[in-house]
Design a protein. Structure first.
Length: 355
């Protein structure tokens, strides 16, 4: 029997499962999913878990069930492309005929001394829980430094300012204004929201090192009771250690059909793949849909097209607490309550109709 092994039950892995199960898996194919957790997690909402406005139970979606789906729980410790096998931390070795690598990403600390040791993270559900514990236990009047003013940093800062208005939240932004990937109008809207809600935005910052309860901006010490790092990501360590072509963030170079060059049976999805678009849940899902189509054509003996259509991204939505938001939809900027309602609606649809 052909064994399809999926490493990671994130947005890409979950979409691939839902595309193949229950009706599009040939009788001679079995699927093995490897993940640390017994559920799919809504990573885009980890900021809310860290801020204490949702429980982690609200961010879980059950994996599908199928007679030929086996779920293995554990950490991947190695991938052997030559042997076509995957090693787990339980010393178990899993052989594959087809492999889909979707192991996600980790924080990238840009060689800032102490950042890996003295900062909190929202890159996994486990680390988000730890961040919540630390932030929720801070005394009134405490200071929280958030390094990185991209989407994750902005959402965390806004959510924390609403859930703990007694804290001083400082958002350190490397650029002239926050959210550089968005139009200036949106950046200004978000910055004005922060002014009204008492979040201090520190533009043109340069974090040179981090120590316990202190971060250094341009080598000037800033006392913080907690520091959360949201200033960049890189591919999972196991992926970065593979002896194949990668980009500067350790993401794997893939062909237009989403597989490794020279390995037509090894696909890469999500944050592990080097693509023209920035990593996102939408992009991972779009990849997974195309990988599913390629596999179905192979299994049925159909010819695979030389080129695949571009993956269409519907837009980006961000929250500013529970009542306001911002985003880009069909290249149109939206702000305020409508943007927040749209984001809540998209999340509800995902949880209850796609998960």
């Amino acid at each position: 029997m052909t064994n399809l092994v999926i490493l990671g039950g994130g947005y890409g892995g979950m979409r691939l499962l839902n595309e193949l199960l229950p009706d599009h898996l040939p009788s001679g194919v079995s699927v093995t999913l490897v993940d640390k957790n017994p559920y799919h997690s809504l990573k885009t909402e980890y900021y809310a878990l860290a801020a204490g406005t949702v429980s982690d139970r609200e961010l879980r979606v059950d994996f599908p069930e199928h007679p030929r789906l086996t779920i293995k729980y554990g950490d991947v410790t190695g991938i052997n492309l030559g042997e076509q096998s995957v090693d787990l931390n339980s010393s178990e070795k899993i052989g594959y005929d087809i492999l889909v690598i979707g192991l996600g990403c980790e924080d990238k600390y840009h060689n800032v001394p102490g950042a890996d040791r003295y900062t909190l993270s929202i890159q996994s559900i486990e680390k988000s829980r730890q961040t919540y514990q630390t932030l929720s236990n801070l005394a009134p009047g405490g200071t929280v430094g958030i390094v990185g003013a991209g989407l994750s940093g902005v959402e965390l800062a806004s959510e924390l300012s609403e859930s703990r208005p007694d804290l001083q939240v400082k958002l350190f932004d490397r650029g002239n204004h926050i959210l550089p990937a968005f139009p200036d109008r949106l950046s200004e809207y978000v910055e004005n929201w922060f002014v009204r809600h008492g979040v201090e935005v520190i533009n043109n910052s340069n974090i040179t090192r981090v120590e316990e309860n202190v971060l250094y901006n341009h080598d000037e010490p800033v006392q913080c009771d907690a520091v959360v790092w949201t200033a960049g990501i890189q591919a999972n360590r196991i992926v970065r250690e593979l002896d194949v072509e990668k980009d500067s963030s350790g993401r794997l170079t893939v062909t237009p059909h989403h597989h490794l060059p020279g390995y037509e049976n090894v696909f890469v999805v999500g944050d592990c793949a080097s693509l023209t678009h920035a990593p996102s849940a939408q992009l991972a899902e779009g990849q997974a849909e195309q990988i599913a189509e390629i596999l179905k054509k192979r299994w049925s003996g159909e010819e695979i097209p030389e080129t695949l259509p571009p993956i269409k991204l519907k837009g980006v939505l961000g929250s500013l607490g529970k009542k306001q938001g911002f985003g880009m939809m069909a290249e149109r900027a939206i702000t305020g309550r409508v943007a927040r309602l749209l984001k809540s609606g998209v999340l509800w649809l995902y949880k209850y109709h796609k998960g």
